[in-house]
Every structure is written in C-alpha cells, then in structure tokens.
Design a protein around this ligand. Structure first.
Ligand code: FE
Ligand code: ZN
Length: 257
C-alpha cells in the first residue's frame, strides 16, 4: 500500500514522499533541500528507492547530491534537456518508470512551458506536476511559450476528474484570491478559498487537490469560458480572439497582481 506524505521545504515548497509501507521504501519527488527529506527518511526508518525530478530549478533539485551521498546508487529520474547534476536515468514522453518494491508504475508526461524539459509523473490517481499546475493557478512561463504552457495544462486537465494533484508549492490561497478577482461569482472558488484559509491557519497543506476541483476553480483551466474571456478582455483593454491570447493575458495579469 502507498501513502503520500508532504515534506515542507524553504518558504513554500513541497517535497513529496511516496511511501510503500510493506517494504518501507520511499520515492522522493523534487528534493530541493536534502535535510528535511533526510529527516523524514530517518524518522520513519525508510529506505530511498528513487528520486523523481519534475524540472531543473534548484528548489526542486538542489538536494539530490546530498541525498545520493547518504543513499548511494539510488536512481534519479529527470528529463534529459534539464541537465540536472546527479541524474542517472534520463526520460521522455510516455516512458514508464518501474521502481522495485512499488506496486505501481509512473508514466512520464512532458509539460513544457515553465521550463522546456518540465515533466509530470502520473500513476493513477496520483499526479506530481511540479511548477506547471498549482492549486488554483499555474507556474510562470519562463522558457516556453504561452502556447506550450496552455497545451501542457490541457494535457494535465484531460486526466480523470478524480486525479489527485500534487504540485510543488503552497500557493493556493493567493491563487484563489486572484481567481476570485477574475471570476468573482465563482461559488466553487469562494468555497475553496474558505477551506484553504482554514487549512493554512492550522498549518495544513491545501494539496493535493483533485482535477475536478481545479477545473471548477482554476482560471488557467477555464480560458474558454465567456466569463473569463470577458474579464481578461476588460482588464487588458483588448479583443482576445483565441484561447491562447486569453491565457497569455491572464498569466500576464497574475504576474502583476
Ligand atoms: Fe520552478
Ligand atoms: Zn518551484
């Protein structure tokens, strides 16, 4: 049986631990910092079976070398184009990752935009999507184009409604405040913000969410809706004929919010 644990790192990062309870092995996703991950493994008496990295930014990959020095020969998976030190297995779209002792395989989904080699790891119902899809938001488009980022978000949102979305940062409250600025009458977003604020006041993660909840409350997955188009067009004083135009302007709006 698998259990997923969050390990807090830096100000608002989540390192994810996928734990197989019988063999007492863990897969660590996005260890930006080694020490909280090492603490977690030691406290829970776990071995390290593999490291999965969604993208090259140091808040997701900076702890790899130190983790490997404590657990030599651990396989480390990331996309080839990300050029991350310590990676042993470079992977690409549709690759299937099997880890010894783990009952499930992970499918690699390429989701360029935030970085060009950004990937997600999916094993139903679990999705680890780094800095591409956030709770009620999305990552900044650093290396790719708005077209690429929108296509990546569509790939993720085509997964089943019950998919559990494990992203790389705790940004949900701020993202929902923006979402409600764009779509003030979205009742699902209003409800979600109340719950998220309560969770955060108890220092509880708002993650994972479900893909269904993202589709109902995340403005970046809703760029085809008339309410969003109208709101973004009003904000930027332009006609936005395509969905990508709406997405690009919505992302620009959020950058300055
Ligand atoms: Fe990042
Ligand atoms: Zn990040």
């Amino acid at each position: 049986m698998l259990t997923i644990y969050s390990i807090s790192a830096f100000k608002d990062n989540y390192i994810w631990a996928i734990v197989e309870n019988t063999s007492k092995q863990a897969i660590i996703v996005d260890p930006g910092d080694a020490s909280p991950a090492l603490d977690f493994l030691h406290k829970n008496n776990l071995g390290l079976a593999a490291i999965l990295i969604t993208h090259k930014h140091s808040d997701h990959s900076g702890g790899v070398s130190e983790l490997i020095s404590h657990y030599p020969n651990t396989p480390v998976f990331a996309h080839a184009t990300e050029n991350i030190v310590g990676v042993t297995n470079t992977i690409a779209a549709q690759d299937i990752i099997h880890i010894n002792n783990f009952p499930c395989d992970f499918t690699v989904i390429e989701i360029p935009g935030h970085t060009l080699g950004h990937i997600a790891f999916y094993s139903a119902p679990y999705l680890f999507c780094g800095d591409t899809l956030f709770g009620a938001g999305c990552g900044r488009v650093f290396e790719g184009t708005a077209e690429q980022m929108l296509a990546s978000l569509k790939k993720l949102s085509s997964l089943p409604d019950e998919t559990l979305v494990y992203c790389g940062h705790e940004y949900t409250v701020a993202n929902l405040q923006f979402a409600l600025h764009v779509e003030p009458n979205n009742i699902d977003a209003q409800k979600r913000l109340k719950i998220a604020e309560i969770d955060r006041s108890h220092n509880k993660p708002t993650i994972p969410s479900t893909m269904l909840l993202e589709k109902k409350t995340n403005p970046f997955l809703r760029c085809k809706l008339q309410t969003i188009i109208h709101s973004v067009e009003t904000h930027c004083h332009q006609n936005l004929p395509t969905e990508v135009d709406v997405f690009r302007e919505l992302r620009a709006w959020k950058n300055n919010f």
